[in-house]
Design a protein around this ligand. Structure first.
Ligand code: FCB
Length: 453
């Protein structure tokens, strides 16, 4: 396969997130987020790394935008730091916090790059966590307040708005397995967080509409969950449960008007159904214009006795993840682009009518900077394979609107600290020098010809 072209107007770009790149953790009125706290808790993050400095993007954003321009990016997806804009979590907005994003947006527009703003990419103000975080219904309303304050300042220039990034991670890694901030391990809390995140999403959609948003979206990390034996009813039931937790709990509630029955039953089993009030599901289903899909790896599950899929998957007794015989990235994540194709076709079939955009896709590898160059062939192969999968889905009718690489820069990879590099641009954390990797040059070529050579 060669010479694949994407449709005219297909959006190309890269993504980042506030806590992963900004640094300037205590500047201009920013207060701690749950990730500042988590990073400081011994044993939580690789070598105790924190986002205190990260890529120092807060001070170097002009150079970073120049770099984006050099690579030909048409879209830049970034998130705002809630504790910069609302240092008390709720209440009045901090002008100096908003000023930063105002400058960034102007700089992007000046370089002809379309800004795509995510309101929440995991950095909840610690003051809100102290009041229960996403297990507290109030947090959903505060997210809508954040939306209103942010669009109030940037709405005249920003076209595309995203409420949440990957609520699955916020809820199930944050409150279920504890692998992410705030590090709680309580299945009921995780399910409560799911509902309040989704309620917050719906309320934020409404606030963004009221603020004049032209395009409103939600980004999910959706999974292609496959059975070990597609003819085994038990394996299929295991797939269904994991699919419910990763996909349908988010997709049915936002795109079909309500939670699926099996997930309703799961909420009830953990006593969380009481938190789903009359009218909540209608709010959650507030229409969106675009669904962002983040995709990294396939999953395979089987049924079994005495097994489960771990604390990130409440109620998964009798289901187990199985190791897949595939090449892996530096994260140990299996590589299989056919799973992305399958996922996109499933979305096109089961949830028609919502345009799709890949808002994150990419891979960490153990890059070597040698003589000013990073020859990251593995990453190029990964991106190329996944872009071919996107193109195949497009050709078969999936309404694909764009593709954003994760990530523009090497950055703070959450609990892995700076130990994992996902950037198409290498960052030397001692000098903050940026070096476009071979993959960045390759990606610039793809963008330039709107296709794969
Ligand atoms: C996603 C996150 C993003 C980054 C990538 C590797 O789950 O949204 O911030 O960590 O994984």
């Amino acid at each position: 396969m060669s010479g694949l072209r994407f449709p005219e107007g297909f959006r190309w770009g890269a993504a980042t997130a506030s806590y992963q790149i900004e640094g300037a953790a205590t500047e201009d009125g920013r207060t701690p987020s749950i990730w500042d706290t988590y990073a400081r808790t011994p044993g939580r993050v690789f070598q105790g790394h924190s986002g205190d400095v990260a890529c120092d993007h807060y001070h170097r954003y002009r150079d970073d935008v120049a770099l984006m321009k050099q690579l030909g990016l048409g879209t830049y997806r970034f998130s705002v730091a809630w504790p910069r804009i609302k240092p008390d979590g709720s209440g009045p907005a901090n002008t100096r916090g908003l000023d930063f994003y105002d400058r960034l947006v102007d700089e992007l527009l000046d370089k002809g790059i379309d800004p795509m703003v995510t309101l929440y990419h995991w950095d909840l103000p610690q003051v809100l966590e102290d009041r229960g975080g996403w297990t507290n219904r109030d947090t959903a309303y505060y997210l809508a307040d954040l939306a209103a304050a942010t669009i109030g300042r940037l709405g005249d220039r920003v076209r595309t708005w995203t409420t949440l990034n990957e609520p699955w991670c916020s809820a199930f890694l944050g409150y279920g397995s504890g692998d992410h901030a705030p590090g709680r391990q309580d299945p009921a809390a995780a399910l409560s967080a799911v509902h309040h995140l989704l309620l917050g999403h719906g309320l934020a959609v409404q606030a963004l509409r009221a603020g004049g948003a032209r395009e409103v979206s939600l980004t999910l990390n959706l999974a292609c969950v496959r059975p070990v034996d597609p003819n085994d009813a038990h394996d299929l039931a295991a797939v269904r449960h994991i699919d419910g937790l990763h996909n349908r709990i988010f997709l049915d509630s936002t795109l079909r008007g309500g939670y699926p029955q099996d997930m309703r039953a799961l909420f009830a089993r953990f006593g969380v159904d009481r938190q789903i009030l009359a009218g909540d599901e209608a709010v959650i289903a507030s229409p969106i214009d675009l669904l962002g899909v983040n995709f990294y790896q396939p999953s395979r599950v089987r049924a079994g006795v005495g097994v489960d899929c771990g604390p990130a998957n409440p109620g998964s007794e009798g289901c187990a993840y199985v190791q897949q015989d595939l090449p892996v990235t530096a994260m140990g994540w299996p590589v299989d682009a056919t799973a992305l194709y399958e996922l996109l076709m499933r979305l096109a079939t089961d949830y028609p009518g919502t345009p799709l955009m890949i808002t994150e896709n990419g891979a960490a590898y153990d890059d070597v900077l040698d003589g000013g160059r990073v020859a990251d062939h593995d990453r190029i192969a990964y991106l190329d394979g996944h872009l071919r999968a996107v193109h195949a889905a497009l050709s078969e009718g999936a309404d694909m609107r764009g593709y954003l690489a994760w990530s523009l820069l090497d950055n703070y990879e959450w609990a892995y600290g700076y130990g994992k590099r996902f950037g198409i641009v290498h960052v030397d954390y001692d000098t903050q020098r940026r070096t476009p990797k071979d993959s960045a040059r390759w990606f610039a070529g793809v963008i330039g010809r709107n296709g794969l050579g």
